[in-house]
Design a protein around this ligand. Structure first.
Ligand code: HEC
Length: 166
C-alpha cells in the first residue's frame, strides 16, 4: 500500500480496522444485553405502570410501581435499574452482576427471592457482563422506589399480596 494512503487511513477515525472491530464488539455486547433483559423479563417487575396498571414505556426499568409482599419477609418494590444515583448509578459493574446472580447487594443485604436471582445464577460471565453493559445505556431516570417494608409495616405504594384460601 502506498505510504500516503496508509497515512490517510490512520488519520480518519474509524477507518482503522482495529477501531471498527472494537466498536462492533461493544455494540454487539449491548445488543446481547438488551436481548437478555427482554427474555428475562426485567421489565415485568422493574418498569413503572400507568394508573390503570398498564406498563408505561416512559418508565422503562425506572422502578416498579407495584411491590410484592412475601409472607414473613415484608414488602419489596423492584428498584430503579437506570444509571441515575437513585438507581444503579453508584454501583460498580461487579456489584450489579453480583446482585443479579447471587442476590447480594453491595451493603450485604440478600435480595428477596421474588427477584429471580436463583434462576439468574446460571448466567455466564459474558452474559452477566452484557446485561450490565445494556443497563448502563439506559437513560437516567430519577426515581427512588419505597424501601422494603418489614412485615406488618404500613405500605407506601401498591403491592401484590398472596391470599391463602380459607
Ligand atoms: C419477578 C419480579 C422481578 C424480575 C423478573 C426481576 N426483578 Fe430484579 N428485583 C425485584 C425485586 C422485588 C427487587 C427488590 C428485592 C429486595 O429489595 O429485596 C429486585 C432487585 C434487583 C436488583 C437490586 C437493586 C437494588 O437497588 O437493590 C437488581 C440489580 C435487579 N433486581 C436487576 C434485575 C434484572 C437485571 C432483571 C432482569 C434480568 C430483574 N432484576 C428481574 C424483582 C424482579
Amino acid at each position: 500500500m502506498p505510504r500516503r494512503l496508509l497515512l490517510a487511513l490512520a488519520l480518519v477515525p474509524g477507518a482503522m480496522p482495529g477501531a471498527a472491530l472494537a466498536e462492533d464488539t461493544a455494540g454487539d455486547i449491548v445488543a446481547r444485553g438488551a436481548y437478555l433483559a427482554r427474555i428475562m423479563d426485567c421489565t415485568g417487575c422493574h418498569s413503572g405502570r400507568t394508573r390503570d396498571g398498564v406498563p408505561d414505556p416512559m418508565q422503562y426499568l425506572t422502578g416498579g410501581t407495584i411491590g410484592f409482599e412475601l409472607p414473613g419477609l415484608g414488602i419489596f418494590w423492584p428498584p430503579n435499574l437506570t444509571p441515575d444515583p437513585t438507581g444503579l448509578g453508584g454501583w460498580t459493574d461487579r456489584e450489579i452482576a453480583a446482585a443479579i446472580r447471587t442476590g447480594v447487594r453491595p451493603d450485604g443485604r440478600m435480595l428477596a427471592p421474588i427477584m429471580p436471582w436463583e434462576s439468574y445464577a446460571a448466567l455466564t460471565d459474558a452474559d452477566a457482563a452484557a446485561l450490565v453493559a445494556y443497563l448502563r445505556t439506559l437513560p437516567h431516570a430519577q426515581n427512588a422506589v419505597p424501601g422494603p417494608m418489614p412485615p406488618g409495616g404500613c405500605a407506601a405504594a401498591p403491592f401484590f399480596r398472596i391470599v391463602l384460601p380459607e
